[in-house]
Design a protein around this ligand. Structure first.
Ligand code: OGA
Ligand code: MN
Length: 215
């Protein structure tokens, strides 16, 4: 018999699915399960020496673009035991969204990111239509407290009008998902150290010969 999701995961996944269906994005305080966040926090501590300056694009066109982004990242490894709850949870969500919305999500990749005071990530898209196989972006945060005035908010913009849809404080457990090709977004300059995790669900098949814009 197939293993079913815990009821609480089922409710969360359905909340995400219906918001994505309706709006294309969703912001959920405490959306990331506490046990998942805890492991990500421990992973972040453990890999702190592996962080390097994030670059823009992939392959030969990859470049450091300090005017676009200033964060440091460490890709999350499948083999890392502390990554397991996160990756299993993301895979469960992927399965649910595929069943419910027929998104055809095929794989997931993610990295930890640290923004030091002054660091930012200017307005960007995570994927350009037809040029990448990233479909759905997921972001969560590892900062147990975050006060107004400490900057570092994620701002999500309307795809057509460019008006602000939502400004998100990078608080522990906050969960954000949006369609990668649709929603411009930016990270405002952080006043204190800011820890986040960004992930992308990808579809299979496209060549992705043209680099993804960020990361
Ligand atoms: C990214 C990104 C948002 C955040 O890494 O592409 O947009 O809030 N991150 O950290
Ligand atoms: Mn992004």
């Amino acid at each position: 018999m197939p293993i079913e999701h815990e009821p609480v995961a089922e409710i969360l996944f359905e909340t995400i699915a219906s918001a994505l269906e309706k709006d294309g994005y969703v912001v959920l305080p405490n959306g990331t399960p506490a046990r998942v966040s805890e492991c990500l926090q421990r992973l972040e501590d453990q890999v702190s020496e592996r962080f390097y300056a994030a670059s823009v694009g992939r392959g030969p066109e990859q470049s450091h673009n300090q005017t676009l982004r200033r964060d440091k990242i460490a890709w999350i490894d499948e083999g890392d035991p502390l990554a397991e709850p996160w990756l299993i949870w993301a895979a469960d969500l992927q399965r649910y969204l595929n069943r419910r919305l027929f998104l055809g999500l095929f794989s997931f990749e993610s990295h930890l990111a640290v923004y030091e005071p002054g660091d930012f990530y200017r307005t960007h898209l995570d994927a350009f239509r037809g040029q990448s196989n990233r479909r759905l972006s997921l972001v969560t945060y590892l900062n147990p407290d975050w006060q107004p005035g400490q900057g570092g908010e994620l701002v999500i913009y309307h795809p057509e009008t460019g008006t602000t849809l939502q400004t998100v404080a990078p608080l522990l457990g906050m969960l954000v998902l949006f369609l990668s090709e649709e929603f411009p977004h930016e990270v405002l300059p952080a006043v204190r150290e800011r820890k986040s995790v960004a992930g992308w669900f990808r579809v299979n098949g496209s060549t992705a010969a043209q680099a993804d814009p960020p990361t």
